[in-house]
Design a protein around this ligand. Structure first.
Ligand code: F6P
Length: 355
């Protein structure tokens, strides 16, 4: 008999349920007597002892369902070692609930912050196996995270839909893409959507270069331009500022696109519109690619549980699923390398990065 806990943490994405289904189906298939419980609302449920028993039928029909059937929340890693408002020791509470629920393993689905806490729990002696989730694709130790391709589809559709109206009205459009502090989502959606200018945090932009690219298009008789701008994009000047000063400067605008838009409008005299698809990028059904990797990652995570190989994330490397030690993953970020071939290829296509 094995008792396994599932926990989803951090921002949600399209393929969380598909991944849990992959783990559950494999466990039910391979282990005669297995009980699964869902820890509710991420680490909050583990701290405060909230869970629900899950049955095989709970995993039916959820391959295509976005969100997470057990809820999620953000519990910052930096506060994990600090007592809560009632003086409760959170790490101790999580360990106590794990023991009280008689878990053999906790399967944690999450991104960067989640993995720091997962590693902490593993170091504290809990049996942990994790799956790489995030639309940002910034998790170290895996080529791909589930959620990313579904979000690329949505961000690309946003750029596609802007093309016709931008062209009819001869406007400059900025589509702001999520991605936290990295540019994977913007880069992929920008290429897929045929954006003319792509601004990502890893390549600080010079606004004059951006303006030159727009003017060049105008001179060529192209009446519209589309920019795909990462929510974390930074100018060459702003990249020198402290995080605090950037935050202060950004307070003047709803988001970075509005600042860039105002500068372009002033320098070109062209009409600008901003479009922010925001959280829609995390919603809806997972795309087939995500369903495939989620199912594979889930099955691989279950395999680790069966082998009692704990303290690993299942990652994708060269299209193979491999176990990656949590200590290797936690605390690192996988950013776009400005010298990588995808950037070179995008530049060869004529995409301007503002550098
Ligand atoms: O990490 C996923 C993500 O959607 C980022 O792209 C974005 O910066 C952030 O989460 C938004 O977080 P929240 O849902 O807490 O506003």
């Amino acid at each position: 008999m094995k008792r396994i806990g599932f926990l989803t943490s951090g921002g949600d994405c399209q393929s969380l349920n598909a991944t849990m289904r992959g783990v559950a189906k494999t466990l039910y298939e391979k282990i005669e007597d297995v009980e699964i419980i869902g820890v509710l609302d991420g680490y909050k449920g583990l701290i405060y002892g909230n869970y629900k028993k899950l049955n095989p039928r709970d995993f039916s029909g959820i391959l295509t369902e976005g969100g997470t059937i057990i809820g999620t929340s953000r519990q910052p890693f930096k506060l994990m070692r600090e007592p809560d408002e009632n003086g409760m020791d959170k790490v101790k509470a999580m360990k106590n609930n794990y023991a009280k629920w008689k878990l053999d393993c906790l399967v944690i689905l999450g991104g960067n912050g989640t993995h720091k806490t997962a590693n902490l729990l593993s170091e504290e002696g809990l049996n942990v196996v994790t799956c790489p989730k995030t639309i940002d694709n910034d998790l170290y130790g895996t080529d791909m995270t589930f959620g990313f391709q579904s979000a690329v589809n949505i961000a690309t559709a946003a750029i596609d839909n802007i093309h016709t109206t931008a062209s009819s009205h001869s406007r400059v459009f900025i589509v702001e893409v999520m991605g936290h502090s990295v540019g994977w989502l913007t880069l992929h959606a920008g290429i897929a959507g045929g954006a003319d200018i792509v601004l990502i945090p890893e390549i600080p932009y010079d606004i004059d270069k951006v303006v030159d690219a727009i003017n060049k298009r105008t001179e060529q008789g192209k009446k519209f331009s589309i920019l795909a701008v990462a929510e974390g994009a930074l100018s060459k000047e702003d990249v020198k500022l402290s995080k605090k000063d950037i935050k202060k400067k950004m307070k003047m605008y709803p988001s970075v696109s509005y600042m860039i838009g105002a500068e372009i409008e002033e320098k070109t005299g062209q009409e600008i519109r901003i479009m922010v698809p925001g959280h829609t990028q995390r919603g809806g059904i997972p795309c087939p690619y995500d369903r495939v990797i989620s199912s594979r990652l889930g099955a691989a995570a279950a395999e680790l549980i069966i082998k009692e190989k704990y303290g690993y994330m299942v990652g994708i490397r060269n299209n193979e699923i491999v176990p990656v030690p949590l200590s290797e993953v936690a605390g690192k970020i996988k950013a776009v390398n400005p010298d990588s071939s995808i950037i070179r290829e995008a530049k060869n296509l004529g995409i301007c990065f503002g550098d």
